[in-house]
Ligand binder design. Structure first.
Ligand code: TEU
Ligand code: CA
Length: 557
């Protein structure tokens, strides 16, 4: 208890698309500084900034070529120092994003490893000899194709779980680990407040590098996710770096269960503070395929999120709460209604998430209800995963319209269009040509409009953040689902000391009559509305007529 990151709301910035100040069409550090007052007005306690280190930008910065500098497209170290100072002046913390599972093949270590096979840097990566003129094993890359890249003119391959330009690091090597810890300490000494650690549960690989006998689309995964030495590496990193600071670490993780999350985040284990678990973001995958759509069943979504609330909370771990990030579609388009009920459903989603137990993350633009852009053609997309997928599926004969339908729904670019600041050209994001097209709806949906209208999504988010600041029940209270039957309503309570809050939300556009059957709730007789997305919601909480996407927080006594 008492940790700052348990009370804070974190706002994720994808700098490329946040705010451009020099007209090159790419958002920059000065753009973040310019908008700090806006973020202060929203009330967030910390910013998570996706990678801004030098990078060839093949994967928008998740391909780092120098860990201890700033990419020129974003600015320089003086500007970064200024950002730190200006953020701290406003009581906003800065969480850096770092990728230590792999580096760009433009990193000096990798170049040295290739240039001089005897250099110590060779063992910083995972080079293996091929087998009978084939790859060392049959693992596949998360971005399609083999996970191994051949060094031209040799029988050697290096491992890349992502793009061939992202070479996996060899965490078995103690010197490499030392370099990583020194690098992280360098940023901590500068005054940053923590790290988001990219795909951090992939760093320990099974050293046998076995063939995967199962013919799954993710072949190899079981040999590198939550691998043999993972706890040892987390503990070492914690001891060498984070234990020395009042910092927050949040690990991005893949394929985990609540039990694994607890093991990573239990304070006494001294590993990570929080993890991002993606389980609830697969509710619309048909048979596990991200690109084939299945309508979301509220029961599934609520069930997964409740399981995480129950298990992790009871066992001393800590959840991170999020609907979206830079790899995901826009929350309102995916879980709400981005037409008629855009504002209502965006507010409902905000309420449901922010009243859960854990640390909420807001992805830039979510606070104004930004939507997926619905781009027409593949040329409008930029993301490496999307482009590879498109090529792969065209080759395998899948009709283009079907592929594009999947891309429109699921492409990571949905989240990466520039922030819509106002109704001027390019939504006020840049005076130049934006690196990626802005969504066509920027004239209606933008920050300026939101700030003018006291009833906007922005002010709803601001209230949710304020509530968290002022009411310990949100941070520390127990969560309990009071109904796992309803197909359209998610109703839960929070309890702390003698306080009880009830959160009831309609996830659909059809009106619904909802009757509370929970005994403990019915023992309470008086109610006060803490927040609703309708002006005239009624205090009667036992039988509620919920209008489209209506979402109400009651305090019961
Ligand atoms: O993402 C990890 C990851 O594999 C998925 O989230 C992926 O983006 C996608 O959803 C698979 O369908 C992290 C970063 O968040 C992402 O931006 C990077 O591209 C990736 O690691 C590699 O560094
Ligand atoms: Ca710029």
């Amino acid at each position: 208890m008492g940790k700052w990151w348990k009370k804070a709301v974190v706002y994720q910035i994808y700098p490329k698309s946040f705010k451009d100040t020099n007209g090159d069409g790419i958002g920059d550090i000065l753009g973040i500084i310019e908008k700090l007052d806006y973020l202060k007005e929203l009330g967030v306690g910390a910013l998570w900034i996706t990678p801004i280190y030098p990078s060839p930008q093949k994967d928008n910065g998740y391909d780092i070529s120098d860990y201890q500098d700033i990419d020129k497209i974003f600015g320089d170290m003086d500007e970064f120092d200024k950002l730190l100072e200006e953020a701290h002046k406003r009581d906003i913390k800065i969480i850096m994003d770092v990728v230590v599972n792999h580096t760009s093949t433009d990193h000096r270590w990798f170049k040295e490893a290739i240039r001089d096979p005897k250099s110590k840097y060779k063992d910083y990566y995972i080079f293996k000899k091929g087998k009978d003129n084939n790859e060392p094993n049959n693992w596949v890359s998360m971005f399609g194709g083999s996970a191994w890249e051949n060094l031209p003119g040799s029988d050697e391959y290096y491992l890349h779980l992502f793009d061939p330009s992202q070479a996996d690091l060899n965490w078995e090597n103690g010197d490499l680990r030392r370099e990583i810890y020194d690098m992280a300490s360098y940023w901590m000494e500068k005054g940053v407040d923590g790290f988001r650690l990219d795909v951090i549960n992939l760093i320990s690989k099974d050293q046998e590098f076995p063939m995967d006998e199962e013919d799954a689309p993710t072949r190899g995964k079981k040999f590198y996710v939550n691998g043999p030495r993972i706890h040892e590496f987390f503990k070492e990193m914690n001891k060498e770096v984070f234990s020395k600071y009042d910092s927050a670490t949040v690990g991005e993780t893949m394929s985990i269960t609540p039990q694994i999350a607890i093991d990573y985040t239990k304070p006494e284990n001294k590993e990570l503070d929080m993890v991002f678990a993606m389980n609830h973001l697969k509710a619309d995958y048909l048979n596990g395929d991200k690109w084939t759509y299945k309508p979301i069943e509220l029961k599934d979504l609520r069930g997964i999120m409740t399981l995480w609330q129950d298990e992790v909370n009871k066992n001393g771990g800590w959840n991170s709460l999020f609907w979206s990030n830079h790899d995901q579609p826009r929350a309102v388009s995916r879980f709400g209604n981005d037409n008629e009920y855009r504002e209502k459903s965006a507010k409902m989603l905000g309420t449901v998430l922010h009243m859960l137990r854990g640390t909420p993350y807001i992805y830039q633009g979510e606070e104004i209800g930004m939507t997926n852009p619905d781009f027409e053609k593949i040329e409008d997309y930029n993301d490496i995963e999307t482009i590879n997928l498109y090529k792969e599926r065209i080759k395998s004969g899948i009709p283009e319209e079907k592929i594009m339908d999947g891309i429109r729904r699921q492409s990571r670019d949905n989240a990466r269009t520039p922030i819509q600041w106002d109704s001027s050209e390019n939504g006020g994001f840049t005076k130049g040509k934006p690196w990626m097209n802005i969504s066509k709806n920027y004239k209606e949906i933008n920050v300026e409009e939101n700030l003018k209208n006291k009833d906007s999504v922005f002010y709803h988010y601001k209230k949710l953040i304020e509530l968290r600041r002022n009411h310990d029940i949100i941070t520390y209270g127990e969560y309990r689902l009071i109904d796992d039957e309803s197909n359209n309503v998610w109703a839960y309570i929070r309890k702390y000391k003698d306080e009880m809050w009830l959160v009831v939300s309609n996830f659909f556009k059809e009106e619904v009559s909802y009757t509370i059957k929970d005994k403990e709730v019915l023992e309470r007789h008086k109610s006060k509305i803490i927040l609703s997305n309708y002006e005239d919601s009624k205090e009667e909480f036992r039988n509620i007529k919920l209008r489209p996407y209506e979402s109400i927080i009651y305090s019961l006594s």
